[in-house]
Design a protein around this ligand. Structure first.
Ligand code: HEM
Length: 435
């Protein structure tokens, strides 16, 4: 299937609203034309794509923050991310709930707050500092591997995909031998629409609508495998506690009671899945931009104190999580629009990160720009739990890589995953000189 639309027969592309959810526009970055138009003409846009429940597209930085701050009015329950109607109906019919899992991003306070509190301090800088040496060693191992490949490789497949996965697996305390399994599971959960990472069933049908039901079968299978896998980990960590996140989850209590099995499983799953595809996309997307902008690469190599800022710019640039959703619990006026109780809202972080009112020349990649307001980690009570870890591991990798990198250029066409939820590069062929 050469053409992307053919690969997604279930997604129409007749209207602007269809384009807002179309995976191909995320792969090609053409979605920015749509976002720019929306920010200018209709920043709070009632969106009715074919095959989806309608929702409000929130595209301005200020509005994303306003919705996230008002977490009593705009809750996470019901719709976490954009999913075709058929897929939503399938999950409801199969599980009796609107969610397959009950992860932190599916829950609201007070339960959300209590569950989050279990691991919060684990992910804060004082605790993460204990991991610095180990993460630096993993970074070196991956750069050494790249150096051993003779000056040419696919940077995603050799480095960017594995390094963050290995960090997360260490944090969870699971052995390296299970990493291929974990990678497959994550990709099936996050990128099920992409033909290269779809599950075992052949998600292609004449009408396209069966994509969602086949995808559902894949998802359920994936979920079952993950439940089984982490069930064994829970048993082990209850019997043999260690200094890892799995031990905290397995022995977690709320109000003196052990957390439920589904909550525990979902907790492992969000840590395992949220923690590596996102970081991987930032590393590879950031590297691509440094290749395209030799002046920025030179600036960074000459002054590595710019690294923390450059990493924040890479995160703004790639914004690996394209949106999360909220549902209104009461009527609310945003700009000139009345959001009705029960309406869904998609917070388009990538659009917020290109908002001309917040960032000068937002489509310019600059390692030294003022990027403090970037919103790729979300905001408020659900703000990314792993953001300090993500920054720390990207810094460790680039700290190792950049001083050793004598030259780097593209050796082929980069390719992105096709997904409107979490997306980034799946291939980045490069030629380089690395000491
Ligand atoms: C939540 C982005 C890395 C774990 C989130 C949210 C975003 C996000 C947008 C939702 C925030 C909101 O609703 O306001 C990213 C990006 C990453 C990254 C761009 C990398 C560059 C990580 C890592 C972990 C992680 C390394 C490791 C554990 C989580 C968890 C949540 C979350 C557990 C749910 C928090 C909650 O609902 O309370 N992330 N993330 N993320 N992230 Fe990350």
């Amino acid at each position: 299937m050469a053409d992307g639309t053919a690969a997604f027969p279930g997604f129409k592309r007749d209207t602007l609203d269809d384009e807002i959810v179309h995976p191909d526009l995320y792969a090609s970055w053409d979605i920015h034309e749509v976002y720019t138009k929306l920010r200018r003409d209709d920043p709070v846009h009632w969106t009715q794509p074919d095959g989806f429940r309608p929702f409000w597209s929130i595209t301005k930085h200020a509005d994303i923050l306003e919705v996230e701050k008002n977490n009593k009015i705009f809750i996470n329950h019901d719709r976490t991310y954009l999913s075709p109607k058929a897929g939503e109906e399938w999950i409801k019919a199969t599980t009796g709930d609107t969610h397959l899992f009950r992860t932190l991003v599916d829950l609201d306070d007070p339960v959300h707050m209590k569950l989050r509190a279990l691991t919060q301090s684990w992910f804060m800088p004082p605790n993460l500092r204990k991991l610095e040496t180990r993460i630096a060693a993993l970074a070196k191992e991956h750069v050494d591997h790249m150096a051993s490949l003779g000056g040419e490789c696919d940077f995603v497949k050799e480095v960017a995909l594995w390094y963050p996965l290995r960090v997360i697996m260490e944090i969870l305390g699971v052995p390296r031998s299970d990493e291929k399994f974990m990678l497959k599971m994550t990709q099936e959960i996050f990128g099920p629409g992409d033909p290269d990472v779809a599950g075992e069933s052949d998600n292609k049908s004449e009408d396209g609508q069966t994509m969602t039901s086949d995808q559902g079968v894949d998802l359920l299978k994936t979920a079952q495998e993950l439940f089984q896998y982490f069930g064994a980990i829970t048993e082990d960590r209850r019997a043999n506690p260690r200094d890892d996140v799995s031990t905290v989850i397995a022995n977690g209590q709320i109000d003196g009671q052990p957390i439920g099995e589904r909550e525990a499983m979902s907790y492992y799953i969000i840590v395992a899945t949220a923690g590596h595809d996102t970081t991987s996309s930032t590393v590879s997307g950031g590297m691509l931009e440094l290749i395209r902008r030799p002046d920025q690469l030179a600036k960074l190599k000459n002054d590595l104190s710019l690294l923390p800022n450059a990493i924040e710019e890479m995160i703004r640039w790639t914004t690996p999580v394209k949106h999360f959703m909220r549902t209104a619990t009461e009527d609310y006026t945003l700009r000139d629009k009345t959001i009705k109780k029960g309406d869904g809202l998609a917070l388009f972080y990538w659009s917020g990160n290109r908002d001309e009112e917040v960032f000068d020349d937002p489509f310019e990649f600059r390692v030294d720009r003022d990027v403090k307001k970037q919103v790729a980690f979300g905001y408020g009570v659900h703000v990314c739990l792993g953001m300090h870890l993500a920054r720390m591991e990207i810094k460790a990798l680039l700290n190792e890589l950049l001083p050793r990198l004598e030259s780097i250029e593209l050796a082929g066409e980069p390719q992105s995953t096709r997904a409107n939820f979490v997306s980034g590069l799946k291939s980045l062929p490069v030629k380089y000189k690395l000491s």
